[in-house]
Write a protein that binds this ligand. Structure first.
Ligand code: FES
Length: 285
């Protein structure tokens, strides 16, 4: 039996859930998504929970399904006994949206356009920055879990890894499973010949990465050079810093890192309790 289920707020059927789970296995939905929107109806919210478990989404009534009016929740087979339905059903596809007592094509188009305007406004306001994770040498392993966590939230993740040679680029295969990955080596044995900062600049210039927000971990000289480039180009970001640690809970002060300060008095943050991740611009490197 086929029923016109449009504006009626019903759950996804058990059969529908099984089908969705099958589709998920086929891996046809994009992994990298900036934002999610659904209609207000429960079945669309249930669908997003199956396709992208745990993601944040917005429900907009502008995207609610068509109201079929007199035909809403009526079986096609029954309706076929009504001549006006047969005429409606056989007509031009646009007339299908002119549902007696329900929505019409023009009204639905206007409503959806309104919803699209809300999405465009969100995109303009949020900017949907590209997350760029930069790891150099020893800084690569700590970034692996962070990158994976972001990828699970279906965020767009770009990872730039750099090392002396191809052997130094640990985890590159694992990371490439969930992120866009770019490699650099000093000897040119893998990817771009040069360091991560030159590669990052190259990606910005070639517009492969736009509007970045950077998360970086690596040796001090790398972070220092990256900081200069990011300040010059007004790029936001966070660095995971390293320091010798004694107690690990703020008592020994062994892990103090100097902060940027405008006055004469030096200011410090403790890597163990205030960090280890800091806004790169707040810290002296
Ligand atoms: S390790 Fe002791 S204060 Fe941070």
């Amino acid at each position: 039996m086929h029923v016109y289920c449009g504006s009626t707020d019903s759950n996804v059927s058990e059969n529908g859930k099984e089908l969705l789970l099958e589709i998920v296995k086929e891996d046809i939905y994009p992994k990298i998504v900036d934002a999610f929107y659904t209609s207000k109806l429960i079945r669309t919210i249930e669908t997003i929970a199956i396709l992208y478990p745990g993601v944040e989404y917005k429900s907009l009534e502008e995207f609610n399904e068509v109201n079929f009016g007199e035909y809403e929740m009526q079986p096609h087979e029954e309706l076929m006994k009504r001549p006006e339905y047969v005429k409606w059903q056989e007509g031009d596809k646009f007339i299908h949206f002119d549902c007696p007592g329900g929505d019409n094509f023009e009204g639905v188009s206007k409503r959806i356009n309104k919803g699209m305007e809300k999405i465009f406004t969100d995109a303009k306001n949020n900017g949907y920055k590209n997350i760029v994770i930069i790891g150099g040498g020893v800084g690569i392993p700590p970034l692996y879990f962070f990158a994976k966590r972001l990828a699970i939230s279906a965020k767009r993740v770009n990872v730039i890894l750099g090392g002396r040679n191809t052997e130094a680029l640990c985890l590159k295969e694992d990371i490439s499973e969930f992120a866009n990955i770019y490699l650099s080596t000093d000897d040119g044995s893998d990817g771009f010949k040069g360091n991560v900062i030159d590669l990052f600049k190259e990606l910005i210039i070639s517009r492969k990465i736009q509007k970045p927000i950077v998360y970086a971990c690596g040796p001090q000289p790398m972070l220092k050079a990256l900081k200069c480039y990011m300040i010059e180009n007004e790029i936001e970001g966070y660095f995971s810093l390293e320091a010798m640690m004694g107690c690990g809970f703020g008592m020994c002060l062994a892990c103090a890192i100097e902060k940027n300060s405008s006055g004469n008095k030096k200011q410090y943050a403790l890597c163990c309790i205030d960090g280890p991740v800091f806004n790169f611009n707040e810290m002296k490197l």
